[in-house]
Design a protein around this ligand. Structure first.
Ligand code: PGA
Length: 258
């Protein structure tokens, strides 16, 4: 995995936006996999800026979001539909029909999950998947012990995730218990993976994902199996990495690499 360490969250977001822009510049009709949560907010702000100031074009882009809470309508302020609309989609020129987000209110989850997987395939697969990481090491809502071959399905959230996400709700009791999420197997099929993490609270999860064994206990560790996975982390999130000096050495020596 390529590990890039930036001094702070702003720099992390700017580097991530550069990666996204590079993909869009080489393939204007790219399929992006998107994530929610606090981590990608700076990335989305930067993409909006690039759209407004530099003409970064989303008119042919298709997006697939990783997950959604079960039971929250699209208009619920904590739904990921609402999050994506407010924090990215309403500010860029992406056609509404090109936006895919799992439904938290379908009356047939099994059929919906199959349909979602089919749509990803029909669009040619995901070119670049953006990922955050939970403090329990999850990617999307693939909680510890999720199969590394899992597909889009319903998951029961871990207590840790409910507690982490309670900050967005009035109380922990209001956090939905179930979510619909792409599986680890679904995520691993994307052509490129980009994991972002900032802040000290993510340091242990980042170290386990990047340097620990590949294990369903830390589903982000599955990125080690992918041939084009990159992690861009800030200095705090990188603080428990044993090989930190080596990653920085690689970056410093990159321009001279044969
Ligand atoms: P966060 O969530 O970006 O809000 O920290 C990340 C995640 O749980 O995947």
């Amino acid at each position: 995995m390529e590990i890039i360490v930036r001094d702070n969250a702003d720099q992390m977001s700017r580097s991530a936006a550069t990666v996204v822009a590079r993909v869009l510049n080489s393939k204007p009709n790219a399929v992006l996999g998107l994530a929610t949560g606090s981590t990608p907010l700076g990335l989305y702000k930067e993409l909006i800026r690039m759209h407004k100031d530099e003409g970064l074009d989303f008119s042919q882009v298709t997006t697939f979001n990783l997950d959604e809470y079960v039971g929250l309508t699209k208009k619920h302020p904590q739904s990921y539909h609402y999050f994506m609309h407010e924090n990215l989609f309403k500010h860029i020129n992406i056609p509404t029909q090109n936006i895919y987000i799992p439904s938290g209110t379908t009356d047939n989850y099994e059929a919906f999950c199959e349909w979602y997987e089919d749509q990803i395939e029909r669009c040619g697969g995901i070119d670049l998947q953006i990922l955050g990481i939970g403090s329990d090491g999850h990617i999307a809502f693939n909680e510890p012990t999720s199969s590394l071959g899992s597909r889009t399905r319903i998951k029961t959230l871990a207590k840790q995730t409910i507690d982490d996400n309670a900050r967005f709700f009035d109380s922990a009791e209001e956090v939905p218990i179930y979510a619909i999420t792409m599986g680890v197997g679904t995520i691993l099929e994307a052509r490129k993976l980009l994991l972002l993490a900032n802040g000290r609270a993510k340091a242990a999860a980042v170290a386990a994902a990047v340097e620990g064994p590949v294990t369903s206990m830390i589903t982000a560790s599955a990125l080690q199996l992918h041939h084009e996975a990159m992690a861009i982390v800030d200095r705090e999130a990188a603080s428990s990495l044993r090989m930190l000096e080596y990653y920085e050495w690689i970056q410093a020596k990159m321009p001279d690499a044969p």
